[in-house]
Design a protein around this ligand. Structure first.
Ligand code: GLU
Length: 305
């Protein structure tokens, strides 16, 4: 059965930051890091770090080390050892086996084009029409593995964004848990890792809000608890594009961290004292944690200054 990577001793708040090492941290990822860190620390909780390097094709060499180095220079101290998804295949495989025993997953040989041609559309584009649900369409390997969904509503209340309700079969469709190239899907990995790391509170970007019902569906099938969720607004540039490597967002400059931390805090609706610019990192964090006001976090998209 599932091993608990970090057995939880009560009480509790255990949060996490889970960057994908596809490039350096930028203001958008910094906002997620700061939001999850201060939420955890202001609840006297733990803050774990997980490197989401599931997909070797997306991983940029040296990016993981760089992310850790920058967080350290920002004075953001994580608890326990860093978890790397590239080392967690056994856990993902075991979860897939549990789902297979319940006859919830099936192999799928449909091409990307066949899926994109689907006439069904959901909240994230075409919905897989279930071609391989009852039998494999073409007996070719390799195959992807999908999970059967149903139309029972999945509901949760996000601590910032409010109530969310999906009917997975119509809104999303049967989704992939393991790709045909063998890479485990984010939706499966995140659920297994959050459970095995004993994460109680997930604070992350709003771009993942629509993934949460899928994750709750998996948690229920795998008998895992559902954490609390808080989805922070995403940060966009002047053109309205989400900050990312693709939109050439500037990397966080670890040599002079406080001004960028102050920008992140302001975006999160906080009002850092002007004199914090000259503070030591330790006093900056002390002030920030003591004065954190989650009720001031805006719900909508943030524009980078
Ligand atoms: N790895 C994801 C990202 O960098 C975050 C996943 C999560 O927080 O659940 O966007």
């Amino acid at each position: 059965m599932s091993q608990n990577l970090h057995p939880l001793t009560p009480p509790v708040y255990r949060g996490r930051f889970a960057p994908t090492p596809s490039g350096p941290l930028h203001l958008g990822s910094l906002v997620a890091a700061v939001g999850s860190y201060v939420e955890a620390k202001s609840h006297k909780g733990e803050w774990l770090l997980r490197i989401e390097n599931l997909d070797p094709m997306r991983e940029v060499s040296g990016a993981s080390e760089e992310i850790l180095k920058v967080l350290e220079k920002l004075g953001m101290e994580w608890d326990r050892s860093v978890v790397y998804q590239s080392q967690r295949s056994a856990g993902y495989r075991a979860a897939l086996a549990t789902l297979e025993k319940q006859r919830l997953i099936y192999p799928c040989s449909c091409s990307r084009k066949e899926i994109m041609d689907s006439t069904l559309s959901g909240i994230e584009g075409p919905v897989y029409p279930g071609t391989c649900r009852e039998h494999l369409h073409r007996r070719t390997s390799p195959v992807a593995w999908r999970i059967r969904t149903d139309n029972k509503p999945i509901e949760f209340v996000d601590s910032l964004q409010g109530p969310v309700r999906h009917r997975l079969q119509q809104d999303i469709g049967d989704f992939v848990l393991r790709r045909s190239d063998g890479v485990f899907a984010y939706q499966l990995a995140v659920v297994v890792d959050d459970a095995e790391q004993g994460v109680t509170h997930v604070v992350r970007g709003e771009d993942l809000l629509n993934s949460t019902p899928r994750q709750i569906y998996l948690q229920r099938r795998l008998d895992y608890p559902t954490p609390y969720y808080l989805h922070l607004p995403v940060v966009v540039n002047a053109e309205g594009e989400k900050l990312s490597k693709q939109t050439r967002a500037a990397p966080v400059n670890a040599a002079n961290p406080i001004p960028q931390l102050i920008t992140a805090l302001r975006l999160l609706g906080q009002t850092p004292l002007p004199e914090l610019v000259d503070a030591e990192l330790a006093s900056f964090w002390k002030w920030t944690i003591a004065n954190w006001q989650p009720a001031r976090i805006p719900r909508n998209v943030l524009t980078a200054p």
